[in-house]
Design a protein around this ligand. Sequence first.
Ligand SMILES: Cc1cc2nc3c(=O)[nH]c(=O)nc-3n(C[C@H](O)[C@H](O)[C@H](O)COP(=O)(O)OP(=O)(O)OC[C@H]3O[C@@H](n4cnc5c(N)ncnc54)[C@H](O)[C@@H]3O)c2cc1C
Length: 431
Amino acid sequence: MANFDIEPAFAAKLDWIREFVAAEIEPLDTVHAAEEVIYDKAHPLHDQVIRPLQQRVRDQGLWSCHLRPELGGQGYGQVNLAYMNEILGRSAFAPTIFGCQAPDTGNAEILAHYGTDEQRVEYLEPLLAGRMSSCYAMTEPHGGSDPSQFTTRADRDGDTWVINGAKWFSSSFERASFIIVMAVTDPNVSVYKGTSMFLVPAHTPGLEIIRRTGVGWDDEGHGTHPYVRYNEVRVPAENLLGGEGQAFAIAQTRLGGGRLHHAMRTVGAVARCFDMLCERALSRTTQGELLARKQMTQEKIADAWIDLTQFRLQVLHAAWVVDTKGAHAARREIAGVKIATPKVYHDAVMRTIQIHGALGVSNEMPLSRMLLASVTMGIADGPTEVHKITLARDVLKDHQPATGDWPSEHLPARRAASALRYPMFEGRDEH
Ligand SMILES: Cc1cc2nc3c(=O)[nH]c(=O)nc-3n(C[C@H](O)[C@H](O)[C@H](O)COP(=O)(O)OP(=O)(O)OC[C@H]3O[C@@H](n4cnc5c(N)ncnc54)[C@H](O)[C@@H]3O)c2cc1C
């Protein structure tokens, strides 16, 4: 039986997190663009504000809670993390201050599993300590969700690997100390067996930014998701992570937990939209009465509450399956929350924008950024359609085709079967 109770000791931690995020972190969101600061460890805000706040998080035993205990995590479990991430999801700076910022979380998992001792010292330790940023480069400009189109190659040359090709939407590339790059090492087999993962230190000769790609509000030519060419980029043989042909197995290590944690934080963003919606409904008067008294507003509020409650429970349930059966057994649940995340978030933002009128779409509210963030959730880490295909295929494994010409719920066939079991009722058809 699923149990989402919160232990009193952890409830006290959640109270601390709630107060700390509201008082110390949310104010940062209004004075700095998080994406320009969090990956740039040399930015003065890190020494001035972020590192002291990170220390307070460490002192509470709340730093990098997603990690396994042997890597410095606390082993609180995913259900507790769901409650925690829900609070962190209210602020763009909060994940960095709590040591759980993507893509560093997933890259740390990869290095922990597949890095050499030297790589762990050089990259994993500073990454886990929040002193370094990292980048993950899988997507190519001509094909993101279909890896069979990937053309970036890595070829062995003596004691080195030589990488040639292009990647794009390599988030935080310019601030990263290293990039984890996916490249084809054997084009003669399926991409799922012929692709490998490499650790490429930043500033390795041959890395060239073609364009600085941004998202909606960035000026053209500015942004943190660049298009990058790899021109004869040479790395030592030991920078192959996890063996040849292992890239997709490794990618799964990285993505499963990350998707669930994104969903947990989205619960927080959706709850924030709900609070804005209700506040506005109770604050704005039009045609002689509060918006809250209008039935179409009431419908919005009821729908928003139902969506938030269902989504929160779906995320908690997926977290509980991970805790009780392991991440592998929770693939279906994780795919389900990945699919639900952009839709629930998008609907929540749209209702909240609508009720705020012009103010809702203005640059004086966080909602237009949230709208783009919701759309992004349906594209990054694989588009919704691909996850729906995976989920449907998995679900269908539990089902069988009908044995004859008719579905098993076909009433005449069922009635005939009932007549065999209960002959005394034969001929009585009251439906
Ligand atoms: C903000 C942001 C950050 C990102 N950061 C990174 C990063 O750090 N590293 C990285 O490697 N990548 C990153 N990405 C890229 C992301 O992973 C890709 O955008 C994603 O995998 C989709 O690839 P694509 O953009 O090439 O879309 P395409 O593969 O061209 O797909 C476009 C659309 O086609 C449809 N579609 C695709 N496949 C199917 C299908 N099988 N059935 C039906 N319809 C389908 C979907 O509607 C999909 O959205 C990021 C993306 C965003 C938006």
